[in-house]
Design a protein around this ligand. Structure first.
Ligand code: NAD
Ligand code: DAU
Length: 337
């Protein structure tokens, strides 16, 4: 039985990971450490909360006393670090918490991992550390790190600490860098759930700039299957890019959502661009495909349909979210400028 500390497991990707992994295998015991920020939601885990191979601890990865206690108590030898402040717009409004959680928090985990001699530390990173692409080209693992937003700079800094612990102390680490995820349980600050929920409520759809920024979309289960594979078989010290070769301009996705929900394009509203907005992301995932045999399994057309269906069928999940602190975030981000 592998005892795995999963951090940030109540967020979008982490909760999808835990739900998937506990249903598909019985050789993992998961200790989920999550601070339950605005983005963490235990409702995401209700299907597995009483699983005998699962326990939840509410806490902050920057709290080294707590982190050390958990490593000791659960004899942690494996770590998957999903915990992060993850939204670019929020990092533009205030960077400090991004530095604290993403950089200092990762460092606390690295120090404990060194002390307790963990056998594998998987850092969940992002393609945003590579910066922005022009009209052509793809991010490979050799692309130089060149982050542009406070969010991506904090993720790049934590990646570099992870690599430094490998180089300096021989800590057995691996890093994944994935492109934009979509799917069930995503917090409605991110493009796809925001556009779905606004469309359902007949609210304006705020498009930054000309709407032609390109992201490379991957269904969250494809990402998580890649995470499982890298965690099990990835070569220590290595970085693996993850992407499904599905580049799309934002406007195309928004129109598709409108069509799907049978609403008109008059809901689209062009708003002030995101400062420092990266133009295009696109991933070359040759390495994980050839070395580890990973392939994306979900097609965008059917997986986006599945995602829209999920939001239609889980109204109480998102109604609870948008009735809380979200309203003041929404006001500040979209209505007060
Ligand atoms: P999310 O914002 O939905 O979830 C983050 C989770 O981390 C939440 O449950 C939150 O409560 C928890 N958390 C935040 N600060 C914490 C702290 N100090 N201590 C403990 N827990 C804390 O994020 P997500 O979209 O699920 O992203 C998960 C990871 O994947 C992040 O590291 C992110 O950088 C990375 N990533 C995300 C995407 C994407 O498209 N969403 C793509 C590539 C990589
Ligand atoms: O590439 C991986 C990254 O993808 C992750 O590391 C981040 O955690 C995740 O948030 C995501 O970052 P993006 O900035 O690409 O995602 P977001 O959903 O915020 O925006 C996607 C695109 O949509 C981007 O070009 C900005 C645009 N956008 C976004 C919002 C929220 C709009 O036009 N209007 C909006 O209201």
């Amino acid at each position: 039985m592998k005892k795995i500390l999963v951090t940030g497991g109540a967020g979008f990707i982490g909760s999808n990971f835990i739900n998937y992994i506990l249903k598909s295998r019985d050789d993992y015991f998961i200790v989920n450490l999550d601070k339950l920020t605005y983005a963490g939601n235990l409702e995401n885990l209700k299907e597995i909360e009483s699983n005998k191979n699962y326990t939840f601890i509410k806490g902050d990865i920057t709290n080294s006393e707590l982190v050390n206690y958990i490593y000791e108590k659960y004899k942690i030898k494996h770590v998957i670090n999903f915990a992060a402040e993850s939204h670019v717009d929020r990092s533009i409004s205030g960077s400090e918490i991004f530095f604290r959680t993403n950089v200092i928090g990762t460092n606390v985990l690295l120090e404990a991992s060194r002390r307790f001699e963990v056998e594998r530390f998987l850092q969940i990173s992002t393609d945003e550390v590579y910066g922005s692409l022009g009209a052509t080209g793809l991010f490979t693992e050799q692309t130089p790190i060149s982050p542009n937003s406070p969010y991506s700079a904090s993720k790049a800094a934590s990646d570099m600490m992870v690599q430094a612990f490998h180089h300096t102390y021989g800590l057995p680490i691996v890093i994944t860098r994935c492109s934009n995820n979509y799917g069930p349980l995503q917090f409605p600050e991110k493009l796809i759930p925001l556009m779905i929920l606004n469309t359902l409520q007949n609210k304006k759809l705020p498009v930054y700039g000309d709407g032609m920024n390109v992201r490379d979309w991957i269904y969250v289960i494809d990402h998580n299957k890649a995470v499982e594979l890298v965690f099990e078989k990835g070569r220590l010290g290595e970085v693996y890019n993850i992407g499904a070769s599905n580049e799309m301009p934002n406007l195309e996705i928004i129109k598709l959502i409108l069509q799907n929900l049978k609403k008109g394009e008059e809901l689209i509203q062009y708003v002030k661009d995101r400062p420092g907005h990266d133009r295009r992301y696109a991933i070359d995932s040759t390495k994980i495909q050839t070395e580890l045999g990973w392939r994306p399994e979900f097609q965008f057309d059917s997986a986006i349909q599945k995602t829209i269906e999920w939001y239609l069928q889980n109204k109480s999940w998102w109604e609870r979210i948008i009735s809380g602190e979200y309203q003041s975030y929404y006001q500040q981000q979209y209505l007060s400028k």
